[in-house]
Design a protein around this ligand. Structure first.
Ligand code: ASP
Length: 329
């Protein structure tokens, strides 16, 4: 039987909704796990460890580092890893780990739930059983298991606040579908040897979401001497206002003069940013803006933070950002 390490990091799956509000309690959650889902022991030999215990809104790069290092420390002793995590920022953590854990040879499967495990009609049980089972398959990827689907972690995004079908990977087919049988995709990454763990992320990054009528003068307060990357969530294929009072091109000039990398993502979840398609994208590209292509916001942000952490010079950063490091584009 495969040896799987189950890492607890918090989230709704572990909350208790009695006494008026969600409370995180790691001890009672572990007890619940062993009492309520005894069949997990028929799927794998499970060992559990609490890494941290947070609502995922409070998870940041220091937690990503801790998690990556915990996996690295236990890597030789287990066949796979399951991580229980809040859904709100799960796709950020999975994206971050997909970059921090290069040359992965074993599954790292994240899951959580929309309803706490302690509730009668919870999705926790199904998600957890599926995640543990999938962690015994040859899937050497950081992935999200939710509602009978397995998605590549750095292609995933949270789509729904209340529905059990909370995640999707808009520009990439699921890695697996769980029905009567488990169907694996042809596009699972190849198993690699010699894991490399590089969990250093820098946080000198700012995300700016465009809307019609965004006043460029409001952007004057941004401290471009300390921001290294500005992610611009633009319209459609990567477009922005370039006329009149709302023209953003002088702001892009200012970013370039301060040595800030500008990365253009889209407010549309499906398909790819293509800066050559319209004149505003072309103008941005002429000013050095990079395209996030089909990447999710989560992958774009964490990849930029990861590349900053590796300390690349300007050209190396651009080359690495435009390449696919872990199947994210
Ligand atoms: N706020 C929770 C979290 O992300 C939501 C969830 O787990 O579904 O930790």
């Amino acid at each position: 039987m495969k040896k799987i390490l189950l890492l607890q990091t918090g989230g709704t799956i572990a909350m208790q909704l009695e006494s008026g509000g969600p409370e995180l309690d790691s001890e009672s959650w572990n007890e619940l796990l062993h009492n309520e889902i005894p069949e997990l022991s028929q799927i794998a030999h499970l060992t559990t460890e609490n890494v941290f215990f947070e609502d995922s809104s409070d998870v940041n790069h220091t937690h990503w580092k801790l998690l990556a290092e915990t996996i690295q420390k236990n890597y030789q002793n287990f066949d796979g890893f399951v991580v229980l995590h809040g859904t709100d920022t799960m796709a950020y953590t999975t994206s971050a780990l997909s970059f921090a854990l290069q040359n992965l040879g074993k599954p790292v499967i994240f899951t959580g739930s929309q309803v706490p495990m302690s509730n009668l009609r919870s999705d926790a049980r199904r998600n957890l059983v599926n995640a543990v089972e999938l962690s015994t398959f040859p899937i050497p990827e950081v992935a999200i298991c939710f509602n009978d689907h397995l998605f590549r972690g750095n292609r995933s995004t949270k789509m729904s606040i209340g529905d059990f079908d909370a995640f999707a990977s808009p520009n990439f087919e699921p890695l697996a579908e769980v029905g009567l049988e488990i169907k694996l995709s042809q596009h699972i990454l190849k198993k690699e040897n010699n894991l490399i763990c590089s969990p250093i992320f820098r946080d000198d990054l700012f995300v700016l979401k465009l809307h019609p009528n965004l006043k460029p003068s409001f952007l004057d307060c941004l401290d471009l001497d300390h921001i290294k990357v500005l992610v611009l969530e633009a319209f459609g294929s990567g477009n922005m206002p370039i006329k009149g009072d709302y023209n953003l091109l002088p702001f892009l000039d200012k970013c370039r003069d301060h040595g800030v990398h500008v990365i253009i993502t889209s407010q549309a979840a499906y398909d790819s940013v293509t800066l050559d398609q319209y004149s505003s994208g072309r103008e941005a590209k002429r000013r050095g803006a990079l395209s996030a292509g089909p990447m999710t916001m989560e992958a774009t942000v964490t990849k930029a933070m990861f590349l900053l952490g590796l300390g690349f010079n300007e050209q190396e950063f651009r080359t690495k950002f435009e390449a696919s490091l872990s199947g994210e584009r």
